[in-house]
Ligand binder design. Structure first.
Ligand code: NAD
Length: 323
């Protein structure tokens, strides 16, 4: 059995608990949260041990794998300490808020020789896999995406020093898909504003952001995101090349070619697939099962942080390709 611990027992952790628990060859042995009630409630449900101090959890439990599910500002040295003990990691996105810190963590992870995945779960959508296969060998000319929805309720979200803002924290999923499907980004130019929630206390992050991108391939693109109240969250990605347009919307994929349009309706639970793939990777040592490795998540973080820098300075930012 793969012995799994989880640090951070909030919203996303409750998703992981289910999938760790229902994996035949995994055991959810320990759950840690600085809010004792969160840890205790979840531990009771899953028959795990509860902790409020992750160091104590690492010390007492003989973990094979750790899921890090704390907010972006709260990672501290969790990754380094787990890696030092040879514990494999699944780290929720975004990996952090400081690129140098995250790169140092990546070095420690590499030196430890452990497996490390990130929480870019949309890569596990069947439609995304189909899109990836379709795009193999094709030249992409333009990539456009958007994501709109309400403001998440957690108090840390509205603080730029804790969440990094919408693009870094949430729309990072969409940016990650753009990079996964269309390749690396070499230049970013962004504008953002605080207009819709400017009178709301506790929301100090921009509420509308528009980003232009130049990809390493030479393709161009953009992404728009904002907290625009509407009945449902909206999110879409469109990739165009000579003779084709590919659209990902929710879990579905549409490919339009001259004279033919095909739609695939996505199925399957991408969180479950991600968590089971990670546990299977730990069990078998096969790193290829992890579709969103930690190192690739650094590139996504770099692009979103560069967009924040560009919005702050009003200048384009060149992306440094170092991991
Ligand atoms: N992959 C996805 O689709 C997805 C979805 C939601 C959230 N997330 C990510 O998961 C992370 C957490 O988000 P959330 O929505 O679960 O937040 P949350 O606020 O609901 O939960 C975070 C939990 O971490 C705990 N915590 C904070 N610091 C801690 C520490 N030092 N030690 C132990 N526990 C600590 C908090 O008490 C809280 O219970 C964020 O990075 C977020 O972006 C990913």
């Amino acid at each position: 059995m793969v012995r799994v611990g989880v640090v951070g027992a909030g919203i996303i952790a409750s998703e992981h608990f289910k999938h760790i628990h229902d994996h035949q060859e995994a055991e959810l042995v320990a759950i840690c949260d600085i809010a004792a009630k969160n840890a205790e409630q979840a531990a009771k449900t899953y028959g795990a041990a509860a902790y409020t101090d992750y160091r104590l959890m690492l010390e007492n439990e003989n973990l094979d794998a750790l899921f890090i599910c704390v907010p972006p500002f709260a990672h501290g040295s969790m990754e380094e300490e787990a890696a030092g003990r040879g514990i494999h990691l699944l780290v929720e996105k975004p990996l952090g808020l400081n690129l140098d810190e995250v790169r140092r963590k990546a070095e420690v992870i590499r030196e430890a020789g452990i497996l490390a995945g990130s929480g870019y779960c949309l890569r596990y959508l069947e439609s995304v896999r189909q899109a990836k296969t379709y795009l193999t060998g094709k030249d992409i000319a333009m990539v456009r995406a958007y994501r709109f929805g309400g403001v998440p309720p957690m108090p840390w979200w509205g603080d730029p020093a804790k969440s990094g803002g919408q693009l870094v924290e949430q729309t990072t999923h969409n940016v990650d898909l753009m990079i996964y499907l269309a390749g690396g980004v070499r230049k970013i130019s962004a504008d953002s504003a605080r207009l819709l929630f400017k009178d709301s206390s506790g929301i100090e992050i921009p509420d509308v952001t528009s980003v232009n991108m130049v990809f390493e391939s030479g393709a161009v693109g953009h992404i728009d995101t904002g907290f625009i109240p509407q009945p449902d969250d909206r999110s879409s990605l469109e990739i165009m090349g000579r003779g084709f347009r590919l659209t990902l919307e929710g879990a579905s994929l549409t490919i339009a070619e001259e004279g033919k349009t095909t739609t695939y309706l996505g199925k399957g639970d991408f969180y479950r697939q991600q968590d089971h793939a990670f546990i299977d990777a730990v069990k078998t040592g096969n790193a290829e099962l992890i579709l969103a490795p930690y190192d690739e998540a650094i590139k996504t973080l770099e692009v979103t942080l560069a967009a924040n820098d560009s919005a702050a300075s009003g200048l384009p930012v060149a992306i440094n390709k170092r991991v």
